[in-house]
Ligand binder design. Structure first.
Ligand code: ACO
Length: 438
């Protein structure tokens, strides 16, 4: 018998099956042949929250969560963060290879020339309430681009896909910056094509009356590094939303809006905002042990800690700690860092966290840097969405051209009632709301 196989005996029928094992997986569809009789649907797997199910093949991002390794297209994240610009990494993620000099120049030029938003989009954004959360504005505005670019629905045309990819990467900082300016009540700033991707973003956020915005180079580079770290992370919640929505051939603006919506949740990209709120609540280093006691007792979660895949230190958190030192040389030290470091120090010695392999994730320190740079916590998740758009699009493109992919459609185990007798109105009794809320 071939070694790379799995033999299963179905004790319900005493039949034995041999299934191939490929890449450490069996195909869930191979289980379907295991039936108790002709009427039986066949065996399925049950995996709420996809704890142990691979839904695609991907050659974009590799993570070894046990060892704390992250690679984009085979390059370690540490090397890319040290030597590349964000747009260089975007090119790598999307096309599989690092660009040479002319390729990078032309790519940067094209992204830069897609940063402008149509005036209609600007007007759409102006319609939000003055205190709208930047992520709510970002998600809705990205979806609204579907109306601006109706041709984007031609998802099987490679040239069309590439055009939308460039537009989305180019426009994301403009949308995020306008959401911020709206929130603080300042007029929107148009993109400046002389500036780099991150400098231009800073320009659109913070330019006031000066004729030309000049970004601090240390802060612009730190932001660029943060963008590199956030660019992709294989099949996380928002990326699987992107793939799932994209699998129906919804256009990339709508799929990206869905992904950004998934990112906004506090267990995912929304955690960075929550970390800052938590640090504010803790207030000072002395209060850290009492807060950790509340975590151990299950009253609160330690935001920015824990990860579905990393059971070791998140390699991105290490680089962020390094970048924080560079930023603080310019901005002065954010006192919240001391609370964060103390939380980490005690947590990493505490049995609750050690036994569950809970380490700081990317969101633990990013907010502390962002705040030192002048961002409001409400903006943190939008800062995550800008670079992650590249990862979403690379994964979407990979999914669209993958002949094995079909429309995403999980199965369920039905737990409700069946074939009930219809009750005419006069026979019905008031429903028990408590039961319905289950
Ligand atoms: N604080 C306290 N306990 C935690 C934390 C935390 N941050 N994270 C996990 N745990 C505990 C769980 O309560 C559980 O304990 P139990 O076994 O006694 O029930 C155990 O550790 C395993 O945790 P799960 O929730 O089963 O792990 P899962 O993989 O489902 O969740 C997640 C991962 C959502 C990231 C979780 O660790 C979490 O909620 N962290 C805080 C939010 C956060 O920082 N999110 C950002 C993640 S990074 C990103 O998305 C960019």
């Amino acid at each position: 018998m071939a070694q790379d196989t799995l033999t299963i005996t179905d004790n319900r029928t005493n039949r034995t099956y041999t299934l191939p094992i490929e890449n450490g997986t069996i195909r869930a569809m191979d289980l379907r042949q295991m039936k108790t009789g002709p009427e039986d649907f066949g065996l399925m797997t049950y995996d709420p929250a996809f704890m142990n199910t691979a839904a695609c093949r991907s050659s974009i991002t590799f993570i070894d969560g046990e060892r704390g390794i992250l690679e984009y297209r085979g390059y370690p994240i540490e090397v890319l963060a040290e030597h590349c610009t964000f747009l260089e990494v975007a090119y790598l993620l999307l096309f599989g290879e690092l660009p040479d000099e002319p390729e990078l120049k032309s790519w940067t030029n094209e992204i830069t020339h897609h940063s402008m938003l149509q005036e209609a989009t600007k007007k759409f954004m102006e319609g939000f309430r003055y205190d709208a959360h930047p992520m709510a504005m970002l998600v809705s505005t990205v979806a609204a681009l579907s109306a601006v670019y109706p041709g984007a629905k031609e998802v099987h045309d490679p040239a069309n896909r590439l055009l939308q990819i460039k537009r989305l990467i180019g426009k994301m900082p403009s949308i995020a910056a306008m959401s911020y300016r709206h929130n603080v009540g300042f007029p929107y700033v148009y993109p400046d094509n002389d500036l780099s991707y991150t400098e231009n973003f800073m320009n659109m956020l913070w330019k006031m009356v000066e004729p030309k915005y000049v970004a601090n180079p240390v802060l612009a580079r730190a932001l660029d590094i943060l963008f590199i770290l956030h660019a992709d992370h294989e099949q996380n919640c928002s990326t699987s939303a992107m793939r799932s929505v994209g699998s129906s051939y919804a256009d990339p603006y709508l799929a990206t809006a869905a992904a950004a919506a998934a990112l906004s949740g506090s267990l995912h990209g929304g955690a960075n905002e929550q970390v800052l709120k938590m640090l504010d609540e803790i207030g000072s280093k002395e209060n850290v042990p009492a807060y950790l006691k509340k975590v151990r007792e299950g009253h609160v979660k330690l935001m920015g800690f824990g990860h579905r895949v990393y059971k070791n230190y998140d390699p991105r958190a290490k680089i962020i700690k390094w970048a924080a030192e560079q930023v603080f040389e310019v901005t002065g030290r954010n006192p919240k860092l001391d609370i964060g470091l103390e939380l980490e120090r005690i947590a990493l010695e505490d049995d609750y966290f050690v036994s569950r392999k809970l380490y700081p994730n990317v969101d633990f320190y990013s907010g502390i840097i962002y705040q030192a740079m002048g961002f409001k916590p409400e903006m943190f998740t939008a800062l995550f969405a800008i670079p992650r758009t590249v990862g979403w699009l690379a994964q979407w493109q990979e999914m669209i051209v993958d002949p094995e992919q079909k429309i995403s459609r999980p199965r369920q185990i039905y737990t409700g009632q069946r074939a009930r007798r219809f009750l005419p109105m006069e026979e019905r009794q008031a429903a028990d709301v408590a039961k319905m809320d289950r």
